[in-house]
Write a protein that binds this ligand. Structure first.
Ligand code: SF4
Length: 350
C-alpha cells in the first residue's frame, strides 16, 4: 500500500470530490480513521446541493423469508433449519400498502428471499394490484437473481426499481461469502440487465463481511463507479447465530459511515439509505449515516406478527413496533438532526 505523504485530509477529500474517484491509498487513509469530521461534512454538503434537507422514506414489506439459496451470512438461508418460515398473502401485502399509504409512504419495497412459490405470474399480479390501487406510488423489488425475462415481466407489470446488492466485486471474496452454485459474474449480469431494462437499480454490500479487505472495498467502489446505480445500500455485517458466520466479528459504525460519505462523493446523485443494520449496532447509527451523506430511511411495514421471523441478522431493531410507531420514531429522529421526511416517491435526481 502506498502511503500518503505530505497530504492531509482536506486535500484527500478535495481530490476525491474533484475526480469522483478514489485511489487505494486514499481509501486506506480514510478507513484508518484519518477523516475527522471533514469527510462527512463534505458528503453532507454534496447531498444538500442535490437533495436539500429531504430524507425519503420507503415502506419495507418483507413478504417471504423462504429462500432457495444458502448465502453463508444470511439468517434466512435455506440451510437454517431454525428459521420459522412465513409468506404473506397478496391480501396481506395489500393491507401493508394500505396502511403505508395512509401513513404517507409513496414507495413500497417488496423484499424477500428467492422463493419459488412467488412465480412470475404471482409477482406480476401483486405488482399490478398495488399499481392499480396506488398509481402514484413507486414499487421497488428486492427478490434476488432472476432471468432477464422475469425482470422484464415485472417491469411491464409496473415495478419501478430493483435492489440487488452485489455484496463484493472480488471473485475470491464472493466465493468466501456464497456457495459454489452462486457466482459474481451472474450477479453482475443481473444488475446490468436490470439497468438496461429501465429500472432504477440499487447495488451495495455489507461493511466488515468476513474476508473483506481494503483491496476488496476498493474493487467495490470501482464497480459502483462503473455500474452507476441509482441507489447504493450498505450496512454493517452483523452475524446471525445460526449461520456459518455466526461467530465472526461484525462491521463497525465508523467504517460504514466513512464508506457512506465516500460513496456520496463518488456518486453525488445516488439514493443512499441509512440502514436498519446501522441503527442496530448503534442507537443513533441512522442519524450518523444521514449526517454523513445518506438520504433515505426504510421503515418496516411488515405485519408485526412476522417481523421477528425476517431475521437476516441478530438483534434487529424495529421488530416490536407497529408501522405507525416506526414512522413517527423515524420522523422524530430525522427532524432532531435538522432534516425533513418527505412524503413523495423520492425518485433519483439525475
Ligand atoms: S442473502 Fe438473499 S439470496 Fe442469500 S440466502 Fe439470504 S435471502 Fe437468500
Amino acid at each position: 500500500m502506498i502511503a500518503i505523504l505530505g497530504d492531509d485530509v482536506i486535500s484527500v477529500v478535495a481530490d476525491i470530490e474533484r475526480k469522483k474517484n478514489i485511489t487505494k491509498a486514499e481509501l486506506q487513509y480514510l478507513l484508518e480513521g484519518n477523516e475527522g469530521e471533514l469527510l462527512g461534512q463534505r458528503a453532507a454538503a454534496v447531498r444538500q446541493e442535490i437533495y436539500g434537507q429531504a430524507v425519503f422514506i420507503r415502506g419495507l414489506i418483507e413478504f417471504t423469508n423462504y429462500c432457495k439459496n444458502n448465502c453463508y451470512y444470511c439468517g434466512i438461508r435455506r440451510g437454517n433449519k431454525l428459521a420459522e418460515r412465513y409468506r404473506l398473502t397478496e391480501e396481506e401485502i395489500l393491507a401493508c400498502c394500505q396502511e403505508g399509504y395512509r401513513l404517507g409512504f409513496r414507495t413500497f419495497v417488496l423484499q424477500g428471499g428467492e422463493d419459488e412459490y412467488f412465480t412470475d405470474a404471482r409477482m406480476c399480479h401483486i405488482i399490478r394490484s398495488i399499481k392499480e390501487q396506488y398509481p402514484d406510488c413507486a414499487i421497488t423489488l428486492s427478490i434476488g437473481e432472476k432471468s432477464a425475462e422475469s425482470y422484464q415481466q415485472y417491469f411491464q407489470a409496473g415495478a419501478d426499481r430493483y435492489l440487488l446488492r452485489h455484496e463484493t466485486a472480488n471473485e475470491a471474496h464472493y466465493s468466501q461469502l456464497h456457495p459454489a452454485e452462486m457466482s459474481l459474474q451472474h450477479r453482475k449480469k443481473c444488475l446490468y440487465t436490470l439497468r438496461d431494462i429501465g429500472y432504477q437499480v440499487g447495488a451495495g454490500f455489507m461493511v466488515g463481511s468476513p474476508g473483506q479487505t481494503v483491496d476488496t472495498l476498493y474493487e467495490d467502489l470501482q464497480f459502483l463507479r462503473e455500474l452507476k446505480p441509482h441507489m447504493v445500500g450498505i450496512g454493517p455485517f452483523i452475524p446471525q447465530h445460526a449461520t456459518p458466520f455466526g461467530q465472526k466479528p461484525g462491521g463497525t459504525v465508523e467504517r460504514t459511515v466513512t464508506l457512506l460519505s465516500i460513496i456520496r462523493l463518488l456518486l453525488p446523485h445516488v439514493l443512499l439509505p441509512a440502514t436498519t443494520a446501522l441503527g442496530t449496532i448503534d442507537p443513533v447509527g441512522r442519524e450518523k449515516g444521514l449526517r454523513a451523506g445518506a438520504n433515505v430511511v426504510m421503515p418496516n411495514l411488515s405485519p408485526k406478527s412476522v417481523r421477528k421471523k425476517y431475521a437476516l441478522y441478530d438483534a434487529k431493531i424495529c421488530t416490536g413496533e407497529e408501522a405507525a410507531e416506526c414512522i413517527n420514531c423515524l420522523k422524530n429522529r430525522v427532524e432532531s438532526i435538522g432534516y425533513t421526511v418527505v412524503c413523495d416517491r423520492g425518485d433519483y435526481r439525475p
